[in-house]
Design a protein. Structure first.
Length: 288
């Protein structure tokens, strides 16, 4: 197994390559496996992420910092980082796990990422592990909103729509792929009032619903600037209609009222670009 590309993505070259191989070995494959490395990596990961949050969010209290850390090191967050690294293609799994789709199971991928952190710690020390974790989590921290601590995509979408006094989204399974023990679900999330219809996919119905909800929320947020412009344009037109009639040309001031020129054609709200109808999530490619 060639692990050069993975080491390059991690930003750490192992002095002892057997540690990385062990970190990628699931217990179904044999011994030595990654369970002890996972235990070690979990502790190192929590420590480094806690320090990153402490520095990044200077005004958040201890309770919110704890909830935010829990959200960043939970299985789903680790799974998403593991997918970004393409860990599925490097896993060493037993025959049973391979047949059941273990290479894309969130629990296996999340545990493997923790094991890799533990392996880096043993190979290069705390500073090496800290450097790898920072590189993995800096893109995540840029998009973190403390107001959404621990809330999943479906909850956030529901709260957003309720705040706008809009009906709740509708979820429906539109397709399933694969055998019963190794299925991929496709779920549609629809918000008819906003003309949003998006698809999400996942190894379970719940995972697919979460993926679809995340896409729907992104689509709803993308509409905000257009809706704001539409509202502003209508308000400006109403203000112009309420203004007193312009004085005759012979009475109008020569220069100071130049800003009161008639509105240029083409600014009517009806000419604005239509709202987007939805965003469709691409189906994840299966690992080789």
């Amino acid at each position: 197994m060639n692990l050069d590309e993975l080491q390059q993505q991690l930003g750490h070259r192992f002095a002892d390559a057997s540690l990385l191989r062990q970190a990628l070995t699931h217990r179904s494959f044999g011994h030595p496996n990654n369970e002890r490395l996972e235990f070690l990596g979990d502790s190192v990961l929590n420590c480094v992420v806690a320090a990153m949050l402490y520095r990044h969010f200077g005004r958040i209290d201890e309770g919110d910092l704890s909830r935010l850390r829990a959200n960043l090191v939970k299985q789903q967050s680790l799974y998403e980082i593991a997918q970004r690294l393409g860990l599925s293609q490097y896993l060493l799994l037993g025959e049973g796990e391979l047949k059941s789709g273990g290479f894309r199971r969130p629990s296996i991928l999340g545990d493997t990422l923790e094991a890799i952190v533990g392996a880096v710690f043993l190979d290069g020390g705390f500073e090496a592990a800290q450097s790898v974790i920072r590189a993995l989590y800096e893109p995540v921290l840029k998009s973190v909103d403390p107001k959404t601590l621990g809330k999943d995509a479906k909850t956030l979408l529901q709260e957003y729509l309720q705040g706008k006094k809009l009906p709740l989204p509708l979820y429906a399974v539109v397709a399933t792929h694969g055998a019963a023990h190794n299925q991929l679900f496709e779920v549609e999330c629809a918000i008819p009032k906003l003309k949003i219809q998006v698809l999400g996919s996942g190894a379970s119905r719940r995972a697919a619903e979460q993926a679809a909800a995340r896409r729907a929320l992104d689509a709803a947020h993308a509409m905000v600037p257009a809706a704001t412009r539409r509202s502003r344009t209508r308000g400006e037109r109403a203000d112009k209609h309420d203004k007193p009639a312009r004085p005759a040309a012979s009475e109008a001031p020569a220069a100071d009222d130049a800003s009161e020129a008639p509105e240029a054609p083409g600014t009517d709200a009806a000419t604005l670009a239509p709202l987007p109808t939805g965003i469709e999530e691409s189906r994840p490619a299966r690992a080789a």
